[in-house]
Design a protein around this ligand. Structure first.
Ligand code: CA
Length: 223
């Protein structure tokens, strides 16, 4: 699996450790130890994933996140947050980060997370069917089955489930769901997302498949 990563982290030991871990995976790694350089690299040499510390010299992680999204850069953004800083997570996700990782984290967990992101950023056509536990979804035939039995979903419920399945194990905020599943039309705002998720849970009969994360959004749980 190939991929490119930009690490923006001002703690030298952590930065070196992260770089070595990724280089060992054969991934293409760029690094920045302050926010200014990080922002410049993020905009001029877009990576598949930006691993972004929050507290950084010159330009902080939130500002980088906002600028990257404002310029329409498609990189996935994984924020590195300190333990117990839930408000940081919420702010970051609202500014367009895709997920977060709480320090300290294990290299194994990080590598697994990266692989999940690389899989997701691969061209969609390579993935025409998904499975999660006993739920199967086929994008070509538009079939959904639970335990082998067909389930009828509306077009939006189908798109929503497909998005969750493609992003299994990742936190997705309501804003991201609105943006990726509904596009420009936001009927009823984020409440729409909650209603559709509730419908989806009911129809699938698998309430634990998509977990609600208080204040941040949803996560499709790996089975
Ligand atoms: Ca820092």
């Amino acid at each position: 699996m190939s991929g490119s990563i930009l690490i923006v982290e001002d703690e030298p030991v952590l930065l070196r450790g992260l770089r070595d871990t990724f280089v060992n995976q054969g991934w293409d790694v760029a690094t920045a130890s302050d926010g200014e350089k990080g922002l410049e690299l993020a905009l001029t040499k877009p990576a598949d994933v930006i691993l972004l510390d929050i507290m950084l010299p010159r330009v902080n992680g939130y500002e980088i996140c906002r600028a990257v999204r404002e310029r329409g850069v498609q990189s996935a953004i994984l924020m590195l947050t300190a333990k117990g800083q839930e408000e940081d997570v919420i702010l970051g996700l609202n500014l367009g980060a895709d997920d977060y990782l709480t320090k300290p984290f294990s290299p194994r967990e990080l590598v697994a997370r990266m692989k999940a992101i690389f899989r997701r950023t691969e061209p969609q056509e390579r993935h025409s069917s998904f499975s999660l536990g006993d739920v199967m979804l086929d994008k070509e035939s538009h079939d959904v089955t639970v335990g082998g039995k067909p389930v009828e979903l509306t077009a939006k419920e189908f798109d929503l489930l497909a998005f969750f399945m493609a992003n299994t194990g990742l936190v997705v905020s309501r804003d991201v769901l609105l943006d990726r599943v509904w596009g420009q039309e936001y009927p009823g705002g984020t409440r729409t997302v909650d209603v559709h998720v509730a419908q989806l849970r009911r129809k699938l009969g698998r309430p634990d498949l998509i977990r609600t994360l208080r204040g941040t959004g949803y996560k499709a749980m790996p089975q």
